[in-house]
Design a protein around this ligand. Structure first.
Ligand code: ATP
Length: 249
């Protein structure tokens, strides 16, 4: 569904991403792990069309789309749920959701809205509440619901558990799993490795802007520890995993 190969992104002279390769498949959760500053957010933003990559390939189905802008990526079915949720605080829940469905004809928006309310009952209960009055967990649900309103094939999620009360983390992550189970490809960045691993099918580890390991989630626990530790080289990755590229020691 989504295949990213050897992505390079820079901010002026800063090479933030210098060889990220990652994929996302329909109905699957792919977890991206990496230390602070590893280039996770930059990768997601470049894939979603908010930052132009310097080089590399981004395939959606059979189309090469690297460098396309965000509105075009949304049309292709790729949507970003940004870090910090970024809901429109003064708009109601329903108004926020309608923003997510702005491209679709009115009747279709109504239908999708009903589906989103069914999938996210808390949003239905709060439909007339200003988004700024919701709890962090509810705002995260709203950010997911807004993404689902665009009827995406791929959702990119940047640290959905960030800043949430521990009691909310599990239900937010369960919802991520549920979204993937509807057939959407989910590519998720998480600092909370345990919470991410609990729902992931596949894992990619990024160190200093480079994908250093990719493999099935059940083989990823040691790689995850390395990722949390940060800059240590993955010399002894699990044998079952497929090392990607080289790592400077
Ligand atoms: P975190 O988990 O802390 O958000 P991350 O893995 O998402 O980290 P990025 O935010 O993508 O990492 O940052 C990657 C690198 O790019 C870092 O060295 C960061 O300092 C740098 N960087 C990020 N945004 C900018 C920017 N707007 N201008 C210059 N450098 C930036």
């Amino acid at each position: 569904m989504l295949e990213v190969d050897d992505l390079h992104v820079s901010y002026g002279a800063v090479n933030a991403v210098q060889g990220v390769s990652v994929g996302a498949d329909a109905g699957r959760v792919t977890l991206v792990l990496g230390a602070n500053g590893a280039g996770k957010t930059t990768s997601l933003r470049a894939i979603a069309g908010y930052h132009r990559p310097k080089s590399g390939s981004v395939m959606v189905g059979t189309d090469e789309v690297a460098g396309e802008r965000a509105h075009s990526m949304v049309r292709r079915g790729v949507v970003l749920v940004p870090e910090g949720r970024r809901v429109f605080a003064t708009l109601t829940v329903e108004e926020n959701l309608r923003v997510g469905g702005y491209r679709a004809p009115r009747a279709k928006v109504q239908r999708t809205l009903a589906e989103v309310y069914e999938q996210f009952p808390i949003l239905s209960e709060r439909r007339n509440t200003a988004a700024g009055l919701l709890s962090g967990g509810e705002q995260q649900m709203l950010a997911f619901g807004r993404a689902v309103m665009s009827q995406p094939k791929v959702i990119l999620m940047d640290e959905p558990s960030m800043g949430l009360a521990p009691s909310m983390v599990d239900s937010v992550m369960a919802k991520v799993r549920e979204i993937a189970d509807t057939g959407i490809a989910v590519l998720i960045v998480e600092q909370n490795a345990d919470a991410g691993l609990a729902i992931a099918d596949n894992v990619s580890v990024i160190t200093r802007g480079v994908t250093v390991w990719s493999g099935p989630a059940e083989s990823a626990s040691r790689a995850a520890v390395h990722a949390v530790l940060g800059e240590s080289a993955l010399e002894d990755v699990p044998a079952e995993g497929a090392p990607v590229g080289g790592v400077d020691s």
